[in-house]
Design a protein. Structure first.
Length: 344
């Protein structure tokens, strides 16, 4: 239904308008009597064999929604109805910010890809925490993806991550430190060894001082070299991380079917979707091999089919996340993957 009727309509709209249109209508529809049951009947596939425990949390299934789609946690109840095992909200910054000027989200349909330079547009940590406190579904696990405000210099970045962490700590089940978005100037420099250790140590110190510390993960870019990935593993050990999210969007533009002039006209941003699949899997496999399977990995990047999901799990991911595949394939992708997993 989504691919035949809904997607052609949505793809006629500007990409960001389509996003808001979908969110508004899902929210409105979910208030109608019977809508939850209908959505659940259409999309929500459950099976006891899908459950898995990762970093001490019990997931109903391994298929999650990647950060960036429900940045402000407005749709977690509806997303739970669609069968996701977990939803990562954010990236949330301590203070609200508007993000980059529009247009900032672009489709490359020939490549089943997106390019975005949203720039952490979000309502701020306090507003998001208050919204999460009001959610109905308490079974769905929530990840809190945190970042720094654009106008905070990198020297003070750790303060922002700590502030966002503190604001959300009661409301989320695990945390992801995002230093891998290409759309906040200078953010990726925080992936370097020294600033990254400092940042993670500060957040982890606050976390471990709490009565119930949350699993703390780091989200990394697919554009890191092998030696940078080795550094990440060393830092993860040193700062007692519970896992990694691999990967964020890429700044690479190689091998696209979309004409180079069209891609160039889009400009800067992170590329996601099918063209990212192989590199994201390579990064997961590398991390899994080098850590001898000792560090759980949430795999993301170009999962558009059950086969793509199985590939990520075979490479060593313990859980997977969807974003661009969900936009191109629709909500049926979640149950398609989960059905395939019961067969595996
Ligand atoms: C429009 C858009 C916005 C995103 N925003 C965020 C974000 O705020 N924080 C983050 O960690 N990742 C963000 N991502 C990255 C995704 O979470 C995911 O890591 C990446 O898109 C690769 O998965 P995919 O190929 O399935 O889309 C965003 C991706 C897209 C397409």
């Amino acid at each position: 239904m989504y691919k035949q009727f809904v997607k052609p309509l949505l793809f006629k709209l500007d990409a960001e308008r389509a996003h808001h249109f979908t969110f508004d209508n899902l929210k409105r529809a979910s208030r109608l009597p019977g809508a939850g049951a209908l959505l659940r009947g259409l999309y929500n596939y459950q099976h006891p064999s899908l459950a898995r425990e990762v970093f001490g949390l019990k997931f109903a299934n391994a298929v999650g929604l990647a950060a960036g789609l429900d940045k402000n946690a407005v749709l977690t109840d509806e997303l739970a109805t669609m069968g996701f095992g977990f939803v990562e909200i954010g990236t949330v910054t301590p203070r609200p910010q508007p993000g980059n000027p529009q247009p900032r989200l672009f489709r490359l349909p020939q490549d089943e890809a997106l390019i975005n330079r949203m720039g952490f547009n979000n309502d701020g940590a306090a507003a998001v925490a208050a919204r999460l406190a009001r959610r109905q579904n308490r079974q769905l696990l929530i990840g809190g993806n945190i970042g720094k405000n654009k106008d905070t210099p990198n020297e003070r970045a750790a303060d922002d991550y700590v502030a966002a962490f503190e604001a959300l700590a009661e409301q989320v089940d695990y945390f992801v430190v995002n230093v891998s978005s290409p759309n906040t100037p200078g953010l990726r420099e925080l992936q370097d060894k020294k600033p990254l250790i400092n940042l993670l140590q500060q957040v982890q110190a606050r976390n471990l001082a709490r009565p119930a510390p949350r699993p703390l993960l780091l989200k990394i870019a697919p554009d890191l070299t092998d030696s940078q990935l080795d550094d990440i593993l060393e830092i993860a050990r040193e700062t007692q991380l519970s896992g990694l999210v691999a990967t964020n969007t890429t700044i690479e533009r190689g091998g696209l079917a979309t004409p180079a002039a069209t891609v160039a006209a889009v400009g800067a941003g992170g590329l996601s979707g099918r063209p990212l699949r192989a590199r994201a899997t390579e990064v997961i496999a590398y991390l899994h091999r080098r850590s001898q399977g000792g560090l759980p990995i949430i795999g993301a990047g170009g999962i558009h089919s059950a086969e793509d999901a199985l590939e990520k799990l075979a490479a060593g991911a313990s859980l997977i996340q969807l974003y661009t595949g969900f936009v191109y394939e629709g909500p049926a992708l979640v149950s398609r993957i989960n059905r395939a997993l019961t067969k595996g």
